[in-house]
Design a protein around this ligand. Structure first.
Ligand code: CP
Length: 317
């Protein structure tokens, strides 16, 4: 297995099966620290730089919380408008990162341009973690999600994933790539204008993932072990920011998972994951059912980032 020390976490395209399990193993070691709301000194004297060119609630704060729990420190920005990259100068990724690498020991970057963290990694002498790049990928979220599945269902192999929502989403891309490393089947449901690209499907086929597409969640929910959701009432992820403007529209029944549908047609032990934020595709009354696992997913988001920071900063080999 390749070492994680000093490694960039940019994509799950090249993540190998044993690497998932190694990350899960380290996450298990971190879990009691987060569970007991403790901190330790594993990353004492290390600094994490958060470079967020797009809004975030979970990803930025989970990374920051993870670093603080590990005894490290955090600096960075959550709005590029407060930096020279977001004003008159429109400073390039290269010029920005050539500074950030001296301010910390790892950089977590979210950007509206697909490939921006990869560009950053080209220039940075410290590990770069992709916190979501445009419609590209969201590797740390999907590592969190699969860690949650493994914990909640005791395995990933043999499970059928029903992925519902905007297939342009970075989480969908990353989960597709990740599932190629497991004995899983996937069903994708999305509106036509948000359907999986031929290029992405070809990549999944080339890695032998068994998948198919369906039109309506009601037709296939009975097959699903893991229901993996994203909104279809969606922001434009290629923009640095999108304000809420007027009517947002509602989600057609094809892409909605309700308490009633789960009761009528879902498997009794199916679990629902949603990386959030949600719109109306997942009504709040699903929260109190035995199926919901998105709050565990949120907790595991801190645990997973603790594991990744430990691994890339060389504290867990
Ligand atoms: N799931 C996720 O990426 O959430 P944020 O946009 O709040 O980071």
């Amino acid at each position: 297995m390749r070492s994680f020390q000093g490694r960039d976490i940019l994509s799950l395209k090249d993540f190998e099966r044993e690497e998932f399990f190694r990350v899960f193993q380290v996450a298990d070691q971190m879990e009691p620290i987060a569970r007991d709301r403790r901190s330790c000194d594993l990353l004492k004297n290390k600094i994490l730089v958060t470079a967020f060119y797009q809004p975030s609630t979970r990803t930025r704060l989970a990374h920051e919380s993870a670093m603080l729990r590990l005894g490290g420190s955090v600096t960075g920005f959550s709005d590029a408008k407060m930096t020279r990259a977001g004003d008159f100068y429109q400073e390039s990724i290269k010029d920005t990162v050539k500074m950030l690498e001296y301010y910390g020991d790892a950089i977590v970057m979210r950007h509206f341009q697909q490939g921006a963290p990869h560009e950053a990694a080209k220039w940075a002498s410290v590990p770069v973690i992709n916190a979501g790049d445009g419609w590209g990928e969201h590797p740390t979220q999907v590592l969190t999600d699969l860690y949650t599945v493994n914990k909640e269902r005791g395995r990933i192999d043999g499970l059928k994933f029903l992925c519902i929502g905007d297939m342009r989403m970075r989480t969908m891309h990353s989960i597709g790539y990740a599932l190629t490393q497991f004995d899983c089947e996937a069903i994708f449901i999305s509106p036509k204008e948000m359907s999986p690209t031929e290029e992405w499907k070809a990549e999944l086929k080339a890695k032998n993932l068994r998948f198919r597409e369906a039109e309506h969640v009601e037709q296939v929910i009975h097959e699903a072990d893991v229901i993996y959701m994203e909104p279809v009432v969606q922001a434009d992820y290629t923009k640095s920011r999108q304000e809420s403007g007027g009517e947002k529209g509602t989600t057609p029944a094809n892409y909605k998972v309700t308490r009633e549908l789960l009761a009528a047609k879902g498997k009794s032990d199916a679990i629902v994951l949603h990386s959030l934020p949600r719109m109306d595709e997942l009504p709040a009354d699903v929260d109190a059912t035995k199926h919901s696992r998105y709050w565990q997913e949120a907790f595991n988001g801190v645990v997973m980032r603790m594991a990744l920071l430990n691994l890339v900063l060389g504290k867990s080999e």
